[in-house]
Design a protein around this ligand. Structure first.
Ligand SMILES: Nc1ncnc2c1ncn2[C@@H]1O[C@H](COP(=O)(O)OP(=O)(O)O)[C@@H](O)[C@H]1O
Ligand SMILES: [Mg+2]
Length: 339
């Protein structure tokens, strides 16, 4: 799985304990935190080719933004501790970036596998609530995550959920299109699949897919290609009306056969009617009608949430959202058409 290369030494840590994850662009290591003996950090090592224009400005801007975001110390966002870099000279120049994060025990994909018989419904509620709080905070900062899925959600031993791998999709994405290999299709919203303009509602769609997965213990929409993913969405929701189809999409509704909606209730057995009403609002085809993360976190489903482990984010963040669909801007994600 992960490359055996040691990470770049830096101020916070220089002893990698083990590789814990590897993606298309780098490796994540668990490492000793030398500033706190006995504690660990996560090191994310990324190798970026440098062309004749030098280090892409987008990378510098995005690292600065991740830093800026960390000042809020939001409980549902993984703490970003440090960044260091090293240039590798040779026939092809590279910049090696090492991002240092707090170490969180496991990701949600691994966590789900711990419960082969299914997660208790109270746990599902707690996890979805915390994810929504983190997403609401990002949206209040005009940041759209764009790649919410269980491996990008970390969960601590104390049950605290933290969003990770945010914004960096764009760092990785310079000069290339996101491919199926890089970003999982299965949490991707219809507007993204339809090549339409999009905003923060894409994250709410992903959280809806994750919510359903936590109940079902399997993915809700396991598409195998962009076309198949769209087919699966239309199978679930039925054919949308012409008004609901994004006007700026190059893909026309006529290219799909018309079909009735499925009964979502049957796909999430055991989810109570209040939870089902929330899930339906998160999985609305038209991004403009989809519930915002802020409203979702205030939904009655969470009224009897089990543990007040994580309190709602400060009211400043809640009030900052004026529109249900905040455009992606800050982390340089694909520009969003203003509606
Ligand atoms: N702060 C962290 N603490 C513990 N594990 C982490 C941390 N960050 C990432 N990981 C693990 O490494 C994996 C890959 O990290 P991620 O940031 O998602 O990079 P990638 O771009 O490769 O997807 C995650 O799915 C998770 O299992
Ligand atoms: Mg990831």
């Amino acid at each position: 799985m992960a490359s055996p290369d040691p990470p770049v030494p830096h101020g916070r840590s220089n002893q990698a304990v083990k590789a814990i994850g590897s993606g298309a662009y780098g490796t994540v290591y668990k490492a000793n935190d030398i500033s706190q003996p006995g504690k660990f950090v996560a090191l994310k090592k990324i190798r970026i080719p440098i062309d004749e224009n030098g280090i892409p400005i987008s990378i510098l801007r995005e690292v600065a933004l991740v830093r800026q975001l960390d000042r809020f110390e939001h409980p549902n966002i993984v703490r970003f501790l440090d960044v260091c870099h090293r240039s590798e000279l040779g026939s092809e120049q590279h910049l090696q970036l090492c991002l240092v994060f707090e170490f969180v025990e496991m990701d949600l994909a691994k966590y789900i596998r711990r419960y082969p018989g299914g997660l208790p419904s109270t746990k599902v509620k707690d996890i979805v609530f915390q994810v929504l709080c983190g997403v609401d905070f990002l949206h209040s900062q005009r940041i759209v995550h764009m790649d919410l899925k269980p491996p990008n959600l970390l969960i601590s031993e104390a049950g605290q959920v933290k969003l990770a791998d945010f914004g960096l999709a764009k760092v990785y994405d310079f000069g290339r299109r996101l491919t199926d290999k890089v970003v999982t299709l299965r949490y991707r919203s219809p507007e993204v699949l339809l090549n339409s303009s999009y905003g923060s509602a894409v994250d709410v769609w992903s959280v809806g897919c994750i919510f359903a997965e936590l109940i079902r213990m399997e993915q809700l929409l396991p598409g195998t290609s962009e076309r198949d993913q769209l087919e699966q969405i239309l199978n679930l929701l039925g054919t949308p009306s012409e008004e609901q189809w994004p006007r700026d999409s190059p893909i026309l509704p006529q290219s799909f056969v018309s079909r009735p909606p499925m009964n979502l209730e049957e796909l999430v057995p055991g989810l109570d009617p209040v939870g089902l009403s929330l899930l339906k609002k998160m999985l609305i085809f038209d991004q403009h009608d989809r519930i915002s993360a802020n409203d979702a976190a205030r939904h009655p489903y969470f009224e009897n949430r089990p543990l007040p482990a994580i309190e709602f984010p400060p009211s400043r963040n809640l009030n900052a959202i004026s529109s249900p669909n905040v455009p992606a801007a800050s982390l340089g994600h694909r520009p969003v058409a203003q509606t």
